[in-house]
Write a protein that binds this ligand. Structure first.
Ligand SMILES: Cc1cc2nc3c(=O)[nH]c(=O)nc-3n(C[C@H](O)[C@H](O)[C@H](O)COP(=O)(O)OP(=O)(O)OC[C@H]3O[C@@H](n4cnc5c(N)ncnc54)[C@H](O)[C@@H]3O)c2cc1C
Length: 284
């Protein structure tokens, strides 16, 4: 199958993109790495009349430290994040998560902003954004808005982004020397989307954990935080007894959606397995 006919515009500025989105509304789609959009066009799941190529906007590319945060430009590729020393130092959860995204060839083109904006509930970057307490930077006709990751995802493939806005970057808090992080997932084959995945972070106070954030992928219509389990773990040492309590609390609070091959009960079980593994690594 081939894509339906559309006009192609190579944008030269962010302002131009916003003006074009204002003009064409839902008939327009932004093209970043194309690793998701091209497939949806070719399968005619999406039939925009205008495709706006943003890959030439260098102001939206790159990784830099800004005061207390690490800024990742929307057009930064998964590979650039995977290979970045700055990311390894300041947001190491992303370094551990990147190899789980598809395969290197896809990571060479796919972008941070494309993944954040597309809002696939099984994708790695949205879950990492929530686990780290990051903020999404968006630009629209009224200027810039900073949306906490926790408020960004509103439903299946839906975000707080307005039709005439684009994601330009995200800001992630710099990892402190006491930060612990973990990434675990179960997929049928390496590179597949996770059946269930977990991105986690916490601060260590001695052997105890505080500010625990547990963001699951593949269990709900959006990346999902296990807030009751997070609460239970605050101030606790993740020893065997606490881990068992945390897994029991998680299995009570989680209400996973099935997918084509896995039932909610399977996913509930797998989520507990992942939590048990990550907390054991935190204890070790
Ligand atoms: C075989 C395969 C396996 C994959 N496996 C995984 C996986 O395991 N985990 C995973 O996370 N991902 C996976 N992906 C998806 C991949 O990570 C994509 O790169 C990513 O989801 C989209 O990024 P993109 O830059 O390619 O976006 P595009 O395909 O260009 O765009 C995707 C959507 O986001 C919109 N968009 C893009 N950039 C912006 C922006 N800056 N602001 C607003 N809207 C924007 C587009 O309009 C479009 O609707 C896989 C893809 C393939 C083809």
């Amino acid at each position: 199958m081939k894509a339906a006919a559309f006009d192609y515009i190579k944008a030269t500025s962010v302002d131009q993109v916003i003006a074009l989105l204002g003009e064409h509304g839902d008939d327009a789609r932004v093209l970043a790495g194309g690793q998701t959009l091209m497939a949806t066009l070719n399968m005619r799941l999406s039939e925009p009349t205008v495709v706006i190529d943003i890959t030439g906007l260098s102001s939206m590319r790159g990784i830099e430290v800004r005061e207390q945060s690490l800024r990742i430009g929307a057009l930064t590729t998964h590979t650039q994040i995977e290979d970045s020393e700055l990311v390894r130092r300041h947001a190491p959860l992303l370094s551990d998560a990147a190899p789980h995204i598809a395969h290197r060839a896809i990571r060479n083109s796919g972008t941070w902003g494309g993944s954040i904006a597309y809002a696939d509930p099984a994708a790695e970057w949205p879950a990492c954004l929530l686990a780290l307490g990051g903020t999404v930077v968006v630009r629209g006709p009224q200027g810039e808005r900073h949306i906490p990751g926790d408020d960004f995802y509103t439903g299946l493939y839906s975000t707080a982004l307005r039709p005439d806005e684009i994601v330009t970057a995200c800001d992630l808090p710099l990892a402190s020397p006491h930060q612990w992080h973990g990434m675990a997932q179960l997929a049928r084959r390496h590179g597949d989307y996770a059946i269930v995945g977990l991105a986690a972070s916490a601060q260590r106070q001695g052997n105890a954990l505080s500010n625990v954030r547990l963001a699951f992928m593949g269990v709900a219509t959006t990346p999902w935080r296990a807030r009751r389990t997070e609460q239970l773990l605050q101030g606790k040492v993740p020893d065997a007894a606490t881990r068992d309590q945390a897994v029991a609390t998680l299995r009570e609070e989680i209400d996973p959606l099935p997918d084509l091959t896995n039932t909610p009960d399977t996913k509930r079980h797998l989520a507990g397995v992942l939590l048990q593994r990550l907390l054991a690594s935190a204890h070790a």
